[in-house]
Ligand binder design. Structure first.
Ligand code: GAP
Length: 495
C-alpha cells in the first residue's frame, strides 16, 4: 500500500530545472555540443524524439483521420524562389541590422547589443546590462528602428573591428536562410522555407484534383522550417531550425468567420485532451496582423518564463493563392459544383510549432513532489515526468526482481511478447526502487516486475508512475492494460 503526501500536480520546476532535465535524461541536447553547440539549434535524444513522434502522430491523426475532408502532404523544403516573392517573405520577412562605415562590417542589431551587454556584465554592471537587453527587446518587438539607432548611440557601442561608433541607420534584415542551387557559374539563390504553408498553397490544385476534394477541405503538413531568428533564446522555444505542423483549410469566401471560430474551438479542445489546465492556456488576439492575415489569434502556454505563443490561427483570406496565381500566371480557381461558380478559396490556417509543444509538455509534466511510500520504502522528494501515457516515450519497463531463478528468462519472454506493439525497456540492474526512479524521470507510466510469485502463478506486479500504486495482474492482461491506456486512440476518442 502506498501513501503519498502533497500528491496534487505540484509543478514547481524552474526553467533552469526544465532545461537541465531535458539534457540530463536524453530528451534534448545542444546541437554539435562537442564544438560548444550552434546557437538556437538543438538535437533530440532517444526520449525526446519518441515524445516528439507521439505528439506528431496525435496531431496528424486528429487532423487527417478524424476529418474526412483533410488530407496530408509532404512538400520539399526548397521551393522555386518566386514562391517567396509571391508570398511576401522576400520583401517583408525581416529583422533589424546595422553596418559600421569604417570597417564595412554588418551586424545583426540584437547580437551587437547582446555582446555589449555581456561586456557590461563582465565589468560588474549587470543591472545596466539587464536594462539594455530589456529595452532592446521592447524595440525589437515594436520594430522600432529609430529606438534601436538611439540605443546603439546612447550605449556607446563600438564596432569590434574598427573600434568606432560610425554606424549606418538600422535597417531591416531578411530572416530567410539562402543557399546556391545548381552549378557555381549560373547558380540560383534558393531559400530554406521559413514556413511550411507555402508548400501547401502551391499544391492546392494538385491535391484538390487528385484527391477529388470539395470545398471546404484541408491540407495538413508536418515539416522543418528555418528562420535566422534575431532573438534566439529560451532553449527550444525560439530556434533557427524547427518543425511546424500546419493545416490550411480552404473555404468559400464569406464563410471565414464561421470557420475561424470552428478552428479556434477545435484547437483549444486539443490542448485540454493533452491535460493542459485551462489556466495555463491563453488566447491572445493579434493587434498587429502579419502581411497575409485578416484576423489572427495566438494560443499561448504559461511557460516558466511567462505566457508565450505555441500556435497561431490565421484567417489568410485569398492572399496567398491570389499572389501565386499572379506570379505563376496559372489559374488557381476552384469550380464550386453547388453554386456553379469559379472562385479563389479563402483560407483558415492552424499553425503550431512541434518543438514548442515538446517544451510545453515537458514543462507541464515535470513535477517535484514530497512522498512517503511504504511499498517503495521511499521518503522525501521525487521527480517525475507526468506525461500523458499515450505520449510517453516508453510505455512500460520490465524488471526481473533477481537475475536468477528463471526470473530474467521470464521477464525477457514478456518483453518479446509486448515489443511488437509497444515501446518497452528491459532493466535488470540496481534495486527495484532505483529502477522506478529512473523510469519516473523519463515519464514511463508502468513498471512491471517479475518476482518469485510470477514463476508460480503467472502474475506480475504493476507499479503506476503517478499514484505509485502497486497491484498484481496476470501476464495475459498486460497487453490489454497498455492498449487501453497508452494508445494514441485513447486521446483521439476524447476529441
Ligand atoms: N504559417 C504561419 C506561420 O508560420 P508563425 O506564427 O510565424 O506562423 C507558427 O509560426 C508557429 O511556428 C508558432 O506558433 C510557433 O509555435 C512556431 N515557430 C515559429 N517560429 C519558431 C521558432 N523560431 N522556433 C520554434 N518554433 C517556432
Amino acid at each position: 500500500m502506498c501513501t503519498t503526501k502533497d500528491y496534487s500536480t505540484n509543478q514547481n520546476n524552474t526553467f533552469k530545472d526544465l532545461v537541465a532535465h531535458a539534457q540530463a535524461y536524453g530528451f534534448i541536447y545542444p546541437s554539435s555540443e562537442i564544438y560548444d553547440g550552434l546557437q538556437a539549434i538543438y538535437d533530440y535524444g532517444p526520449y525526446g524524439i519518441a515524445l516528439k513522434r507521439n505528439i506528431q502522430n496525435f496531431w496528424w491523426q486528429s487532423m487527417t483521420q478524424l476529418h474526412q475532408n483533410i488530407v496530408g502532404i509532404d512538400a520539399a523544403i526548397m521551393m522555386h524562389p518566386t514562391t517567396w516573392k509571391a508570398s511576401g517573405h522576400l520583401d517583408g520577412f525581416t529583422d533589424p541590422m546595422v553596418d559600421n562605415k569604417d570597417s564595412q562590417k554588418r551586424y545583426r542589431v540584437d547580437l551587437l547589443i547582446e555582446a555589449h551587454a555581456m561586456q557590461l556584465t563582465e565589468q560588474s554592471k549587470s543591472l545596466e546590462a539587464k536594462a539594455l537587453i530589456e529595452t532592446m527587446e521592447t524595440y525589437l518587438q515594436e520594430a522600432d528602428l529609430i529606438g534601436l539607432d538611439k540605443l546603439i548611440q546612447t550605449s556607446n557601442i563600438i564596432c569590434p573591428v574598427s573600434k568606432t561608433a560610425n554606424w549606418t541607420p538600422v535597417r531591416q534584415f531578411n530572416l530567410m536562410f539562402s543557399t546556391q542551387f545548381g552549378a557555381q557559374n549560373d547558380a540560383t539563390t534558393v531559400y530554406l522555407r521559413p514556413e511550411t504553408a507555402q508548400g501547401i498553397f502551391v499544391n492546392f490544385l494538385n491535391v484538390q484534383k487528385t484527391a477529388r476534394m470539395k470545398i471546404p477541405f484541408g491540407i495538413a503538413q508536418i515539416g522543418k522550417a528555418f528562420r535566422n531568428e534575431i532573438v534566439a533564446r529560451q532553449f527550444t522555444f525560439r530556434m533557427r531550425e524547427f518543425e511546424q505542423m500546419e493545416m490550411q483549410f480552404f473555404i468559400q469566401p464569406g464563410t471565414e468567420k464561421e470557420w475561424f471560430d470552428y478552428w479556434k474551438k477545435t484547437r483549444i479542445a486539443w490542448y485540454k485532451v493533452l491535460g493542459i489546465p485551462d489556466q495555463k492556456i491563453h488566447i491572445h488576439p493579434h493587434k498587429q496582423l502579419a502581411h497575409y492575415a485578416a484576423d489572427a489569434i495566438d494560443i499561448e502556454y504559461n511557460f516558466p518564463f511567462g505566457f508565450k505563443e505555441i500556435e497561431g490561427i490565421h484567417s489568410r483570406t485569398d492572399f496567398d493563392l491570389s499572389k501565386h496565381e499572379q506570379y505563376a500566371k496559372k489559374k488557381l480557381h476552384y469550380f464550386d459544383p453547388n453554386s456553379q461558380k469559379h472562385y479563389i478559396p479563402y483560407v483558415i490556417e492552424t499553425s503550431v510549432g512541434l518543438d514548442r509543444l515538446v517544451l510545453m509538455l515537458l514543462s507541464n509534466a515535470l513535477i517535484n513532489q514530497k512522498v512517503v511510500s511504504e511499498s517503495e520504502a521511499a521518503h522525501g522528494n521525487r521527480t517525475l515526468l507526468k506525461l500523458p501515457p499515450p505520449l510517453a516515450p516508453i510505455k512500460a519497463a520490465i524488471f526481473p526482481l533477481l537475475k536468477k531463478e528463471g526470473m530474467e528468462e521470464k521477464a525477457l519472454a514478456i518483453l518479446d511478447m509486448l515489443k511488437y506493439d509497444f515501446p518497452i525497456v528491459y532493466e535488470a540492474n540496481q534495486s527495484i526502487g532505483k529502477r522506478y526512479v529512473r523510469q519516473d524521470l523519463i515519464g514511463t507510466p508502468y513498471c512491471i516486475t517479475v518476482d518469485h510469485q510470477t514463476l508460480e502463478d503467472e502474475t506480475v506486479t504493476i507499479r503506476e508512475r503517478d499514484s505509485m500504486e502497486q497491484y498484481r495482474i496476470t501476464i495475459d492482461k498486460i497487453a490489454h492494460l497498455l492498449h487501453e491506456t497508452t494508445n494514441i486512440k485513447s486521446l483521439l476518442v476524447q476529441l
